[in-house]
Design a protein around this ligand. Structure first.
Ligand code: RRO
Length: 307
């Protein structure tokens, strides 16, 4: 096991699930909770009330290289997760907060901040869902700044470890501008998770001559191995900028991990911890042990001490 500290939380192991994967129901979350090499549980991004999301078929995971989804924030409402999935000192829970507006998010986070135990819980604010038909605030530096200003004005200081799930960025200027917004709010932000799925993917069902998923005319978020280089570049860019500017925000890597060597690459890029998405979805919770054993072999072969 490779422990890590994020905010004030101690995770027994630095590998765990990505939000949206194996975490929509309590029984899925408990399975993650009971999986030794899954170091924390991240819940499905939640809305104020239960939401059925987009119509089916809304996922395609059959390809080896990538997944595509347009789930549409299907979830059971934030109170379901807060009431029924509780972290412990041995294994914390990260509650992913989605929502449809800044007001929704402020209401959920104000409530969570009041009732969650800061020693066992964190909030991961997700304003980067690619499937809601409009860009979330995290795609644009100015929108992100306004959303965070509004949030901290309503909620004040957040009592639990707090992070942001960010979308992929591509241009150096975007990284600099987003980093400036994060720097402005850094006293409230413990970590960022890079990356959410890559927006605007498309594939076709050749037997039926139509897009492979139904919602949003077939456009959806891309995950899986094809996203690894973009995930690595996003982690590496932010880690470098944070170091240059003295910004004390951890970077958590997510995107395309399916082996111990992928995990090791994220560490080289500067990640403090990593999340597994598509590979978990396709293969179930045994992936945590498999990936961890592979990672352990790499560390031993290289003679690296974990600090
Ligand atoms: O539910 C979704 O459609 C979804 C979300 Br909230 C997200 O953050 N990322 C994604 O690929 N799908």
């Amino acid at each position: 096991m490779y422990p890590v500290k994020i905010g004030i939380l101690k995770l027994p192991h630095f590998i765990y699930n990505a939000s949206g994967i194996w975490d929509t129901t309590v029984s899925q979350c408990l399975e993650l909770f009971d999986t030794k090499y899954c170091g924390a549980v991240v819940t499905k991004s939640a809305t104020l009330h239960e939401n059925s999301g987009n119509k089916y078929p809304k996922y395609h995971f059959a390809c080896d290289h990538y997944s595509i989804n347009s789930n549409g924030l299907e979830n059971k409402g934030y109170q379901y997760y807060v009431r029924s999935v509780r972290g412990t000192l041995e294994k914390p829970v990260f509650y992913s907060i989605g929502g449809f507006s800044n007001a929704d998010r402020a209401e959920m986070i104000a409530m969570c901040s009041k009732i969650l135990d800061p020693m066992c819980s964190a909030i991961e604010l997700n304003m980067s869902c690619p499937n809601l038909g409009c860009v979330g605030p995290a795609y644009e530096p100015h929108l992100l700044d306004v959303a965070l200003e509004d949030l901290f004005q309503v909620v004040g200081s957040i009592q639990v470890t707090f992070g942001l799930k960010l979308p992929p960025y591509y241009l150096i200027q975007q990284f600099e501008d987003i980093a400036s917004v994060l720097q402005k709010h850094m006293h409230h932000i413990d970590y960022i998770t890079c990356i959410n799925s890559i927006p605007n993917g498309m594939d076709y069902d050749v037997d039926n001559d139509r897009p492979i998923i139904a919602p949003n005319d077939g456009y959806g978020g891309i995950g899986g191995p094809a996203t690894l280089p973009i995930g690595l570049s996003n982690v590496s860019r932010f880690a470098k900028i944070f170091k240059e500017r003295g910004i004390d925000i951890k970077v958590i890597g997510c995107g395309g991990i399916s082996s111990g060597s992928d995990v090791y690459k994220y560490l080289l890029a500067g990640a403090a911890a990593v999340q597994v998405g598509t590979h978990l979805w396709k293969n179930g919770v045994t992936v945590f042990e498999e990936i961890s054993i592979e990672f352990d072999k790499i560390m031993k072969r290289k003679g690296i001490q974990w600090i």
